[in-house]
Design a protein around this ligand. Structure first.
Ligand code: NAP
Length: 288
């Protein structure tokens, strides 16, 4: 099967996914008139945030590395677009730091006369081994994780914050961290998420004087392609978690809507942990 067909099949499985657990999904007008840029909006948490933002009156621009995945995501999100809002996408590899300035210019051309009011730094990957495990993390794996999860966020946020300042947009930047930023940083992923925790608070401090609110959401184990396979029948139970199951990306998305809305303007430099208790009320949910 060609790679193109494989990606289409994975996307189809993901977007047609139904879960046995039903969670309330917030839908309203909290984000009316806003436009959000979401990195890594083609699957998992980023995709569900895009959907929830659309359902709450925003327009969305999503990014990813793969054109087919972007097109599939846009196609399946179209039904949630309200009024004269829109959902757009652009290929943008966030780990390609040197391209970020130019890509952001392209995004501004793409949205035409809209403004970017919200940036969600969501794109993320896992690669590499735990240090001291006997297997080595390659330099390439280390670098791509740090570039994707941390450096890309730094440089894109720099672009977006400068733009918001010049345009006097009282916007929001929301970083997607991980509850692993509370655990010992034993692999490239956890190192990147610890970095993102510091960066979130640092950006919040620097940008608040310009009216830009920066916060983070730190999910615990969430049912997305990063952790569970699309091909298997989904089993959302998770013994190691105090709640006994994976978090659904829709639950993270509900929180994201609130945090970037005007109801969340007094949450500044905060990292809200949504973990089902994993790593918060337990310390033994991950074996080191
Ligand atoms: N799932 C969890 O349990 C969990 C827990 C805590 C935190 N998180 C965080 O949540 C975020 C989303 O993860 P997820 O679970 O939703 O995983 P996912 O389903 O694998 O989604 C990752 C997204 O990031 C995009 N992406 C990856 N590398 C990229 C790059 N270099 N440039 C642009 N986009 C890129 C992917 O798009 P393409 O493949 O199309 O490029 C995809 O849209 C990540 O930051 C992750 O660390 C996840």
């Amino acid at each position: 099967m060609s790679i193109k067909k494989k990606i289409k099949r994975i996307c189809k499985n993901y977007f047609s996914k139904t879960t046995s657990i039903k969670v309330p999904i917030y839908e309203g007008e909290l984000l009316n008139g806003k436009t959000a840029l979401i990195t890594g909006g083609t699957s998992g948490i980023g995709y569900e945030i895009a959907k929830s933002f659309l359902k709450n009156g925003a327009s969305v621009v999503l990014t990813g590395r793969n054109k087919d995945k972007i097109n599939n995501a846009i196609q399946s999100l179209k039904k949630y677009v309200k009024d004269d809002n829109t959902v757009l996408g652009i290929e943008m590899d966030i780990s390609n730091i040197k391209m970020i300035e130019d890509k952001f210019k392209k995004i501004l051309e793409l949205i035409n006369d809209r403004n970017i009011d919200i940036l969600v730094n969501n794109a993320g990957i896992v690669k590499g081994k735990k240090i001291g495990s006997g297997s080595k993390t390659s330099i390439d794996d280390y670098e791509v994780v740090l570039k994707t999860n941390l450096e890309g966020t730094y440089f894109l946020s720099q672009e977006v914050a400068n733009y918001m300042k010049i345009k006097n947009i009282k916007g929001n930047i929301l970083n997607i961290l991980s509850s692993s930023s509370l655990r010992p940083a034993v692999n490239p992923y956890t190192v990147s998420k610890w970095g993102l925790r510091g960066l979130t608070i640092g950006m919040a401090k620097r940008f608040i004087n310009d009216g830009i609110v920066v916060n983070g959401i730190a999910p615990g184990p969430t049912a997305t392609p990063m952790l569970i396979s699309n091909d298997k029948d989904e089993d959302l139970s998770l013994e190691s978690s105090p709640v006994g199951r994976y978090i659904l990306p829709e639950e993270i998305a509900n929180l994201a809507v609130f945090m970037v809305s005007d109801m969340g303007r007094m949450i500044v430099g905060d990292i809200v942990y949504m973990t089902g208790g994993a790593g918060i009320v337990t310390v033994d949910d991950i074996k080191y």
